[in-house]
Write a protein that binds this ligand. Structure first.
Ligand code: TPP
Ligand code: MG
Length: 595
């Protein structure tokens, strides 16, 4: 019996290295879904609850492995559901291949059921490669190219496969004649380094500086030894953009932690007081947290020339792989004998960690969320894979959690969408079944999709050699991050109509579907909850009742933000008293004697 085009599509994906597909069936992909059964020994199909989750998982697969993440959805509604997860991948520069169905070629253009112009819909999210197959002979090169381009461009690619075409006989070898393509799979990462003269110029700038600040992003993941060696020579402090949180150990004396609205005060000082700025593998967007233009000389290293010199007016922007480039650059640097700048930054860091602990230990009603994250540091295994959702959890994840290069850690860095926390953790369990995964998620995100996706965890956890997948839910009955943004940016009080969300018993829900969990309602139960979660024999949900009035203070509050907040409170914020109390307690710690 001859092979179908759907079967050949899977065979070609396998030849390109694909071993797992996240997806959801539908009649637009019936032939591919049918073919998956024949390929189940070679390609694992992970069935999600919603196509957006399949796309989040494909993005996370790419983040956790460096491989192309593949997701599959049916035509029309299924394809459209993928989009948000695909944009997450696009904006964080992850290689993801989306395969979607389409109505039969004979029906296209006929206003047919579920007929959507998918090439137009996907063109923006997959600009590098978005193709619809109209002939079986295309499949070979469409798959080879979609896979290769995703890796080469670190981007989303998309293949649209009409259902009738997928059912046809395959054409694995196009005829050898004019107008045909004969492709093969394969792509290798090159060692990309700048020209020697450019490296020398970079070294000149860095050697001339007396106060060097380094910012590393996800492009520097895997280059921790090179970053440390370079920072040591220059006596520099190093800040981390959120996607680069696992680049350096938070316990390093000169690592100032995260930067930006979710950042730390030492990172703020580092950027404000430096005279030379080196940015490696980051597209951190908020320029107000970088040195003021003109006040520092700048060098940037990025694998993607399009990302150079756009956040800060760099004196020199170099295209290069961060690890290889730093390996070439460091020997050209002089060891700075004067360590006073570094000592200054180190002292700030010591003070900052003390402040973090004091803030975490402040009482709140009933639980101070920072305390959960602070206590987590005692339990977090060195090989844990951590995801955070978008919401107040991202603040505490960024500031309080101590991560090291042996961990993997990520979130939706650029799209900053709600919803990736739980699916990222599930993808982690498939990519690295022997490692514990942890998702830090708000109650809004749990209600949006996290709860449903726990069902996926329940379906699969027995396959994982280490069954630990822990979800911490910050149950604050509030869309808290935005509530605070409305206060600080708009001067608007909390509006319960839009902000308050219902209480749900998340741990009970976990138990209902065969998982485990605990509800934590007082701070003295936090330790036991982490302990139980990390020794559980199945996915575990900590439903923590946390105080929405603990302010996610940015490292530096502008006068305007403070005025807006006061205005919001005067306009009758229902939580005014609690906020005043908490804000005062959190802020005043900075001014206590000894600081
Ligand atoms: C899909 C999506 N919708 C809306 C937002 C805007 N948003 C960002 S954080 C947030 C609140 C999240 O609430 P929750 O998950 O409960 O976390 P909390 O901040 O309360 O801890 C909202 C609505 C977003 N980023 N993504
Ligand atoms: Mg919430």
């Amino acid at each position: 019996m001859s092979q179908s085009t759907a079967e050949f599509l899977l065979e070609r994906l396998h030849a390109n290295g694909v071993r797992r597909i996240f997806g959801y069936p539908g009649d637009g992909i019936n032939a591919i879904v049918g073919a998956l059964e024949h390929f189940k020994d070679r390609i694992e199909f992970v069935q999600v609850r919603h196509e957006e989750m399949a796309a989040f998982m494909a993005c996370a697969h790419a983040k956790w492995t460096g491989e192309v993440g593949v997701c599959l959805a049916t035509s029309g509604p299924g394809a459209i559901h993928l989009l948000n997860g695909l944009y997450d991948a696009k904006l964080d520069h992850q290689p993801v291949l989306a395969i979607v169905g389409q109505q039969s070629r004979m029906a296209l253009g006929g206003n047919y059921q579920q007929e959507v112009d998918l090439q137009t819909v996907f063109k923006d999210v997959a600009p590098e490669y978005c193709q619809m197959a109209i002939d079986a002979a295309q499949i070979r090169h469409l798959v080879d190219r979609a896979h290769r381009i995703a890796l080469d461009q670190r981007s989303v690619t998309c293949l649209i496969v009409p259902n009738d075409l997928a059912e046809e006989d395959a054409v694995p070898n196009p005829p050898s004649k004019h107008g045909t393509i004969h492709s093969s799979p394969g792509w290798r990462q090159s060692r990309i380094v700048p020209q020697q003269s450019d490296l020398e110029q970079a070294a000149e700038i860095l050697n001339a500086g007396e106060k060097v600040a380094i910012l590393v992003g996800q492009g520097a993941l895997g280059a921790h030894e090179q970053v440390m060696e370079l920072a040591d020579k220059l006596g520099a402090g190093v800040a981390k953009a959120l996607l680069g949180k696992a680049v350096l150990d938070d316990d390093l004396s000169y690592c100032t932690g995260s930067i930006g609205l979710l950042g730390t005060k030492p990172s703020w000082t580092l950027m404000n007081e430096c005279d030379t700025f080196l940015m490696v593998g980051s597209s951190f967007p908020y320029s107000e947290f970088l040195p003021e233009p003109g006040k520092a000389r700048g060098v940037q290293i990025d694998i993607d020339g399009r990302m150079l010199n756009i956040r800060f007016p760099m004196e020199l922007g170099l295209v290069g792989d961060s690890k290889a480039t730093l390996e070439e650059l460091t020997p050209l640097l002089h060891h700075k004998a004067d360590r006073s700048w570094r000592e200054h930054i180190e002292q700030e860091i010591v003070d900052w960690w003390r402040l973090m602990e004091e803030r975490a230990m402040q009482e709140a009603d009933p639980i101070n969320p920072q305390r959960l994250f602070w206590e987590l540091n005692k339990y977090l295994p060195d090989d844990a894979i951590i995801s955070s959702d978008s919401g107040s959890s991202a603040n505490w994840y960024a500031r309080d959690v101590k991560v090291k290069p042996s961990n993997l850690a990520s979130l939706s860095g650029t799209l900053a969408t709600m919803g990736p926390g739980v699916p990222y953790a599930i993808a982690a369990k498939f990519a690295h079944p022997g490692r514990p995964a942890l998702a830090l998620v708000g109650d809004g995100a749990m209600q949006m999709n996290g709860m449903a996706e726990l069902i996926t965890a329940a379906k699969y956890y027995e396959r994982w050699s280490d069954p630990r997948l822990i979800v911490l839910v910050l149950n604050n009955h509030d869309l808290n991050q935005v509530t605070w943004e409305q206060r600080a940016m708009e001067g608007d009080p909390k509006n319960p109509m839009t902000q308050t969300i219902p209480d749900v018993r998340y741990a009970d829900f976990a138990k209902l579907i065969g998982l485990d969990g605990v509800r934590v309602e007082s701070p003295d139960r936090i330790d036991a909850a982490w302990d139980e979660a990390f020794s559980a024999d199945r996915p575990f949900v900590i439903d923590a009742r946390v105080d929405p009035n603990v302010p996610p203070l940015p490292p530096h509050i502008t006068v305007e933000q403070a005025q807006h907040l006061m205005h919001a409170l005067r306009k009758g914020d229902p939580d005014t008293r609690a906020i005043m109390n908490q804000s005062f307690k959190q802020k005043v710690l900075e001014f206590l004697p000894g600081r």
